[in-house]
Design a binder for this molecule. Sequence first.
Ligand SMILES: [Ca+2]
Ligand SMILES: [Ca+2]
Ligand SMILES: [Ca+2]
Length: 231
Amino acid sequence: MAALLGSGMASNAWSAVFLDDNFDAEAVPPGGWVRNDAAFINFDVVTGTVDLLAGGNPFGLVGSGTNSTGNVIDLDGSTMAGGTLQTKSSFAFNAGDVVTLSLDVGGNQRTGVDDLFAGFRFTGAPGITGATATGFGAPVLSPGMLTGTTNLDFTDPFQVFTISFTATSAGSVSAFVGTDSADNRGPLLDRVTLSDLAADIPEPASWALIIIGFGGIGGVLRRGRERSARA
Ligand SMILES: [Ca+2]
Ligand SMILES: [Ca+2]
Ligand SMILES: [Ca+2]
């Protein structure tokens, strides 16, 4: 039990990773690319088009060194209509959870400035509070959606953008990321992580008190039985 308490239960929160995808498992030949790819493992392309590029692609586009040097996505495909990726699955959360979408995104490495938007699409009315973001402007809640937006210059290095909310009631979400860029050169996306932080798990000190408490009850019961046996 001491070993259990000492490993991994260091805080009073419980974090679950719904999704962690750096696109390196997508099928694309080394040095090549998939124009207007629409067959992703975890995502649907719900507007426009995107391109999938392997390391060593003919455009010289380079993924995020931090999280991946393999495949990377150009969010503006090859139809002059920037794309939106949305998770195929929706993910359930509970009241009190903090749900966070993290994105490793860089500028298009070729020309100009692109917009980037990302966020959550809720099943039913969102019961949320405390929406925050890093890298994006203040998140905007619209019917059924929470969205962060920003702009990236083509020279901007990869960085992690996040958008989070705290749930006031249980629900489920899908997540999306995209651009309205329309010149076939969009922000480069190299990792999407969606995680859920639940705040209602007792911390180790509480567990220890609970366990000591059960031990104490056991002792009282034993002493009670011993007295009965002597009587
Ligand atoms: Ca990658
Ligand atoms: Ca493109
Ligand atoms: Ca562009």
